[in-house]
Design a protein around this ligand. Sequence first.
Ligand code: G6P
Length: 607
Amino acid sequence: MCGIVGISANRPIVQHLIAGLAALEYRGYDSAGVALLTGDGISRLRAKGKVRDLVALQAETGLDGHCGIAHTRWATHGVPSEGNAHPHVSGQVSLVHNGIIENHAALRRELQAEGYEFSSQTDTEVVAHLVERAQRQGLGLLAALQDTVKRLHGAYAIAAVSAREPGTVVGARYGAPLIVGLGEGEQYLASDVHALLPLTKRFMYLEEGDVAEVTVGGIRIFDLDGAPAEREVKESHFSADAVELGEYAHYMLKEIHEQPVAVADTLEGRIAGGKILTQIFGVDAERLLADTQAVHIIACGTSYHAGLVARYWIEQLAGVPCTAEIASEYRYRDPVVREGTLFLTISQSGETADTLAALKLAKERPYLARMAVCNVPESSIVRESALVLMTRAGPEIGVASTKAFTTQLVALALFSLALARAKGLDDERYSDGVRQLERLPGHIAEVLKLDEEIKELAEQFIGKHHALFLGRGTHWPVAMEGALKLKEISYIHAEAYAAGELKHGPLALVDEDMPVIAVAPNDRLIDKLKSNLEEVRARGGVLYAFVDETVAHGLDAARVVILPASGEIAAPIISTIPLQLLSYHVAVQRGTDVDQPRNLAKSVTVE
Ligand code: G6P
């Protein structure tokens, strides 16, 4: 989604603004722009397409300056085009915005009635005009932004500059992240720490409603009520290297191969002497686990699939009723919350607008507590949750989530086992579950050795238009995740079905042009699944099976990929890896943009 960078310095900064945008490319976007204060006022460059197009424009024009803002836009209001790209300009003011201004139409009419002319179809342009109007009425840039945000409904992170106040960048945050970076003799604003890592490791995270002013001389922050505010300075542990591609052709491949380490990191310090340490979920976790009578899991996209797997674990191991639901649905219905229900959000970014809105809604309901499984410390979802279990996947750059998903599953398995133990799970099943988790990094490393075999298998999908993924039990959501990966990066239409549903419709689609991928490790449903696979073969379907070594023998499929036998809890995590590799290699062979698939965004900060 959209990205923001702003810099106030005593040296030319266009390269840093553009490098910041390049570091944010992974979020997904369709146009980019930069505005700088120069001797002539505000100068801007905008390009539809990639940051490299903006780089070319900058090289042609030589534009530079000491103070400016830059933006990558993911279109919501108005098509991707140069005219709709940010920064927007109104008189002496230039402004960039992430999020959605819900009352933009009414504001547009009001401003048009006063003679303001609009040059874009965006909701953002009203904000630029409002700031311009406030400044023309005599307010300084900071006060003009404070005045403007009072008129806005919706979600925003904003950065603005004005030719009347060269050297100042102002920003505001409500419902979309914005951080301040602290430099030596220069200061920064950005929507994401990654944009600034080459410049600083020291950050202040703005809170909801904050407005900030950044100049070479320092930083001023004001809260929602306009009172001066102090925000703690935090040191980021991310290094700029963590977001470099290294020897890999794509971030997605790099992140797939980082999974043994990411999973080991997520387990580290969380198990001791064969037992999960309950306090990893929070200080009051022991009591909360004992009091938990039900769990509501809420998430979006891949994180929702992790929640679906956890639902099986929580009910099977802990005997606690559990639902898993898409955040955008949950937030607009009237969920019934029984006493003792724990609210659990799962989010890689911690900024997904629907998940965050669901979490805010949950605050008003009688939940026992709110817990988050998240990959980004200091994210909004982490800050709004009482209990937190961080996944330690490190920065995930590829839009298609890989290591974030498997580490979410690890965190959720830790939670499910800890909850189950609090509910009386016997020693044998509990210890077996913990052992399966401890062996995971080694098992994942083993599965990654299948890379070449899967690359070759992927050739059979290049010319296909559709694919069907089948699974049962915890492997049904794994099949959903496999289908999502394939469709999002290779643009092959892929659907996942619980294998038992096959004969209720999708079987009609099965022929030699519809590859069927079955995720069928050796769990208690294997015999049932084998019967479903027979149904596919009997209709001439081409079947690819991913199974563990104990059931591979005699399976009638075009290709059987054999996975290590890892146990009931580890199996869905293990089975995910070859499906990630499959979609990666299919996408590479079809020549699509693997890391930044068309129309998609990494962090969906709008509804
Ligand atoms: C986007 C991303 C997905 C992700 C989903 C939820 O659609 O492309 O990879 O699963 O958002 O994001 P979250 O950060 O909340 O896990």
